[in-house]
Write a protein that binds this ligand. Structure first.
Ligand code: HEM
Length: 619
């Protein structure tokens, strides 16, 4: 059974100062108060407490696992809509958050998908941004239930909804900017009273204005918070429609006949209310929506549905099947199960076979470059892409080196088998070739003039290569473990935790020598000091080289490890040359002395015993 939450929110960890960016006050900003906690501020005004689930994909995944949720379709929050701002500001703001949503989802192991936001005050801009977002990988859009005085029956908004149907975009309508706030200054009444009424108004406006008659049936639209007060007051609406011509509107059918044209979510927080909602709307029209991770959201997502008295069939419709339909995730190929969404598989949109672009996630990839300079400096894109390319290769290196470690561990356990040693050497060869490319790649960045880099360098602080989690992981994995370096990862708890894990795990250096020990090639006295242990390890390597005939496969591993070590030193050297070429001997953005600090790292070696063995050989 698939379990999908279609109504939950995110906030990026940080975003640019919008008030400064647009020169207008009272934009939302995030104030981090303590690790994992923050406040959303609107200008000087406190708006809401939030915690790391808003921005940290790992935390979200952990809590999804805790609650048994397979997938979330996340959206930004209405305070970011900006419908009352100049369209260029609202569009820019929408793009920032839409791209941030994709970045977050990209780390969600296929379990996080997103709905975008658009500047709905301008139909053309809204349609264009929706199309861009759909191409980039969003599943649909979250909109407010009104734009100022305009309800959802406004011709411009109807055009936009038409466009959503054409694009196959799911639409989540969220109440916002609640009316009557001067009479509801206290007790969160805008949320508890205003929001349900706003949502009801949105649905009623669409029904009575004949908007549903004009829109294609293919439009998939859902109203948040169980549709607000709509279901409970449907009888009243129906009664007015029948008995008061003025309440009739221009719809072709009675209000009750439009219930199959829209969905509502399950965020009603009461089993009786949920049962009533399902009885009114039908089991195929209600979907799990939680308002997670906000304080007013469901605290154990899905609990209301799971603990209700609804039938198993109804529960599975509410928990996931309806959402598959709504989000356009349902497989339509004959014979294919409709309820299978594998966590890690790329998700295909309705009826589309895998393509080059969908397999490689090209649209998402091309959305991941966000220059900070304004006006944008031409070379900043190169700077970002070169670094991103390094990080991708670091990922592959970690992947391969982890496999080398596993093979060497197996080789130690089974000295008679040569397959694992062969495989370790084969993968190490790949690692050396990748590293060779990484050494070369710096030349591309050297086509950037120092003056050009200085033009946007100020925007990068305090970001620094010190914070490359994967680089440090590589060092730790190979055996250069330095706990002090963890301090650069305090701002990113998930990176910090991953590095702590690496610190505890056996390194490539450890498993290599453990394998030699298991094969009887390395003997170390229990009471031996550090220097004696080092010498013993170097002598073990020496013994391998002295009997080339018997140890060809292990010598091959030694040669690959030595070459890898050599190439990493080459990387360090080329990086220093690049740094000096671009910023001379200035300090780094991470606070180090710059090139003079980096020069100290040139002596670092992963496998010093392999080098020592060379000295011993010649003695
Ligand atoms: C204009 C280009 C670059 C400049 C000026 C530069 C500058 C620096 C400086 C000054 C440091 C020392 C730490 C600090 O104080 O910030 C550093 C560290 C680092 N940089 Fe770069 N860098 C550049 C490009 C790159 C590239 C393309 C990569 C590729 C991943 C990279 C990865 C690193 C790493 C991993 C460290 C940490 C090294 C260690 O601790 O041993 N840098 N960089």
């Amino acid at each position: 059974m698939s379990v999908i939450d279609i109504h939950n929110h995110f906030f990026p960890r940080a975003w640019p100062d919008l008030a400064a960016r647009y020169g207008t006050p009272n934009w939302p900003w995030i104030k981090h108060t303590e690790p994992g906690k923050a406040e959303i501020m609107i200008g000087d005004r406190f708006f809401r407490h939030i915690y790391s689930a808003c921005w940290d994909p790992q935390k979200r995944l952990e809590e999804m696992d805790r609650d048994g949720i397979e997938m979330q379709a996340l959206s930004a929050t209405p305070v970011l809509f900006g419908y009352d701002r100049p369209v260029e500001h609202a569009l820019d703001c929408a793009q920032l958050f839409n791209d941030a949503a994709l970045e977050l989802c990209a780390q969600g192991k296929g379990r996080l998908r997103s709905l975008c936001q658009v500047p709905l005050q301008d139909v053309d801009a809204a349609c264009k941004e929706l199309s861009r977002c759909m191409r980039a990988g969003h599943l649909g859009v979250q909109i407010g239930n009104h734009v100022g005085e305009k309800n959802l029956d406004d011709p411009g908004i109807v055009t936009f909804l038409h466009h959503c149907a054409d694009e196959g975009a799911a639409v989540l309508v969220h109440p916002w900017d609640m009316f009557g706030q001067s009479r509801m200054p206290k007790y969160m009444m805008p949320w508890t009273v205003g929001m349900p009424a706003e949502t009801q108004l949105g649905i009623v406006a669409m029904i009575l204005s004949g908007t549903f008659d004009k829109l294609p049936r293919s439009l998939r639209i859902c109203f948040a918070h169980g549709g607000g007060s709509f279901a409970f007051l449907l009888g009243r609406l129906q009664n007015a429609w029948q008995h008061h011509p003025v309440a009739h509107g221009v719809s072709e059918l009675a209000p009750k006949d439009y219930l199959n044209r829209f969905y509502v979510d399950s965020a009603v927080f009461d089993t009786l209310a949920l049962k009533y909602l399902v009885d009114t709307m039908g089991a195929e029209r209600v979907m799990l929506g939680s308002d997670y991770p906000f304080p007013l959201g469901e605290h154990h997502v899905g609990e209301l549905i799971r603990t209700s008295d609804l039938s198993q069939h109804t529960k599975s419709c509410l928990l996931g099947e309806n959402a598959e339909e709504f989000l356009g995730l349902r497989a339509t190929t004959p014979g294919q199960s409709t309820a299978t969404i594998k966590r890690t598989e790329p998700i295909q949109s309705e009826g589309h076979p895998l393509t080059y672009s969908s397999y490689l996630r090209v649209p998402e990839l091309l959305q991941l470059q966000h220059p900070q300079s304004r006006p944008e400096h031409h070379d900043e894109l190169l700077f970002i892409i070169v670094h991103q390319t390094y990080e991708l290769w670091f990922k592959e290196l970690l992947h391969d080196l982890d496999a080398v470690v596993a093979n060497l561990q197996d080789a130690g356990k089974n000295p008679e088998s040569h397959d694992e040693v062969y495989e370790a050497a084969r993968l190490l060869r790949r690692c050396t070739e990748i590293t060779r490319v990484l050494v070369e790649q710096f030349t591309i960045l050297e086509t950037m003039l120092p003056t050009h880099f200085l033009a946007f360098r100020g925007k990068l602080e305090p970001a620094s290569g010190f914070q490359s989690e994967q680089f440090r992981e590589l060092e730790f994995l190979c055996g250069l473990k330095d706990e002090k370096m963890l301090r650069y990862h305090r701002p990113t708890p998930e990176a910090h935790a991953q590095l702590e894990r690496r610190l505890k795990e056996p390194s490539l250096h450890d498993v290599f020598f453990e394998a030699l020990h298991a094969m009887g090639k390395l003997q170390i006295d229990r009471d031996a000091g550090e220097r004696e242990r080092f010498d013993a390890r170097a002598r073990a390597v020496l013994s391998l080289y002295r009997d080339e005939h018997s140890n060809r496969d292990w010598i091959d591993v030694c040669e690959r490890l030595t070459e890898f070590d050599e190439l990493v030193v080459g990387w360090r050297l080329r990086h220093i040359q690049l740094v000096e070429r671009v910023i001379g001997t200035r300090m780094g953005t991470g606070g180090s002395a710059g090139s003079s600090y980096l020069k100290l790292t040139l002596d670092k070696k992963f496998f010093p015993e392999l080098w020592e063995a060379r000295t011993l050989l010649t003695e």
